[in-house]
Design a protein around this ligand. Structure first.
Ligand SMILES: [Fe+2]
Ligand SMILES: [Fe+2]
Length: 190
């Protein structure tokens, strides 16, 4: 499927706001790919489809996880929106014809990260945070940081996620904590 075909299909299933966000993440991911030497086509598809399962209702998401054999841990059961990465990976393959394992993986881990995540995964995670419609305090600083040191931007994004989850009294996913510790150690090595 071409990017244009994916866009059309995505526009029909996502809310207008989510669709704009998805196109923004695609464009930002392509810019980051140019900066860091990643494949632009992979960045475009992964960015465009990263939230393809985000508007699936909680009950349906849990049901589909059963259908696709996705393990639902206790944290995700309490907060089913956390499943949209893993579910998005499956939908990207089944509904949008994506078969590149690197692209599918980047979609799967875009919310919580994964220790050892590759360049494409880091690009999509950061692009999700800094796309032009994001207006949180510090967004401009993070945009600048993303083009200076991608790993620092990954750390900033994960720190920000962790603070946000604590602020709203939610459960922290262990993947996020482990990824944050991993990228911190990577930065200390550098
Ligand atoms: Fe997402
Ligand atoms: Fe997103």
């Amino acid at each position: 499927m071409t990017v244009e075909m994916i866009k059309k299909q995505l526009e029909a299933v996502l809310s207008p706001k989510r669709y704009i966000h998805s196109v923004n993440v695609m464009e930002t991911a392509v810019s980051l790919a140019a900066k860091y030497g990643e494949d632009a086509g992979k960045a475009a598809v992964a960015g465009l489809l990263h939230d393809c399962a985000r508007d699936v209702k909680a009950d349906e998401a849990i049901r589909l996880c059963g259908v696709y054999g996705i393990k639902v841990d206790y944290i995700s059961r309490m907060q089913p929106e956390l499943l949209h990465g893993l579910l998005g990976e499956k939908l990207a393959g089944k509904l949008y014809g994506v078969n590149d394992p690197q692209v599918l993986r980047a979609i799967a881990i875009h919310t919580m990260g994964c220790p050892g995540m590759d360049l494409l995964g880091r690009i999509v995670l950061v692009a999700d945070y800094i796309e032009p419609a994001r207006t949180f305090p510090g967004a401009d600083a993070m945009r600048k940081q993303a083009f200076e040191n991608l790993d620092r931007a990954v750390l900033t994004a994960l720190n920000s996620t962790i603070k946000y989850v604590i602020g709203k009294g939610g459960l922290l996913h262990t993947d996020t904590i482990e990824t944050r510790n991993w990228i911190l150690m990577e930065l200390k090595k550098a």
